[in-house]
Ligand binder design. Sequence first.
Ligand SMILES: Cc1cc2nc3c(=O)[nH]c(=O)nc-3n(C[C@H](O)[C@H](O)[C@H](O)COP(=O)(O)O)c2cc1C
Length: 235
Amino acid sequence: MAVTCNGMQAFVSPRALRTNEIAGVVEQFRAAAQLARTAGFDGVEIHGANGYLIDQFLRNGSNHRTDNYGGTPARRLAFLLEIIEAVSEVWLREHIGVRLSPENRFNDMTDSDPDEHFAYFVTQLGHAKLAYLHVLEGDMMTHSSVLDYGALRRCFAGLYIANNGYDKARALDVLRDGKADLVAFGTAFIGNPDLVERLRHDWPLRAPDPETFYTGGERGYVDYPVFAPTAGDLP
Ligand SMILES: Cc1cc2nc3c(=O)[nH]c(=O)nc-3n(C[C@H](O)[C@H](O)[C@H](O)COP(=O)(O)O)c2cc1C
C-alpha cells in the first residue's frame, strides 16, 4: 500500500522505463534543480536512496534491464551520472549532494552484493566532486546492517554524511573514528525542534508520536515544545 493524498492506496504495478523515455526523466531532474535555484535554495540533494527511481536503477533486485542502463554496476550507475550532469547545468558541483541507501529494504529493495556494488558506485561518485555523499546506513526500519560503512566511507573522495538511528554518543564515535564527516538526524528532529540545543547541552530528547508522522495538520508537525531549561526541567 502507498501513502497518497487520498489515504492508503494499492500500488499500481510499475513497469520499466523504455530506453527512449530516460532522457526525458533526466531532463525533469534538471528542471526541478532549476526550480530549486529559482526558489532560492542553497543547493540540491539528488535522491538516490530508499527504493525511489534512481535506487531502482542502482540495485540489481529491481534493475533487470538489458539495455545500457542495466547489467553491470557501471551501467546501473549511468542513470545517476546523467542526472548529476544535467543538474550540473544549473548548479556548481559544490552545491549538489547525493543520497544513497545500500542496504535499505524499504520499498522491497534488494541487491545481490551491496558491498562490492556500492563500493564501486561510491568510488565513481567521488570523481564527481560533489558537495557531499549522504548515506542511510543499514535498513531504515530495523537499523540492521552487515555492510562495513567505515570501508564504504573510505571509498568516497569527499565529504561523507552518515545517517540512520544515530544518537549523540554513536555520532561522536563515528566522527572521532573518521567514519563520517557529519551525521544527519531525522526522526529525532520531528519531536525536538531544538534538537541541536538539546544535544549540545545533553538535555533529554522527546520521543515523537508515530501516529502523526504521515497526517496533515499541525498536530505532530509544529506543536512539539522546545526544552525549557528551568531548574525543575534540567536533568
Ligand atoms: C516520518 C518519516 C518520513 C520520512 N520520509 C522520508 C522521505 O520522504 N525521503 C527520505 O529519503 N527519507 C525519509 N525518511 C527517512 C529519514 O530521512 C531518515 O533517513 C531515517 O529516518 C533514518 O534517520 P533517523 O534514524 O535519524 O531518523 C523519513 C523518516 C520518517 C521517520
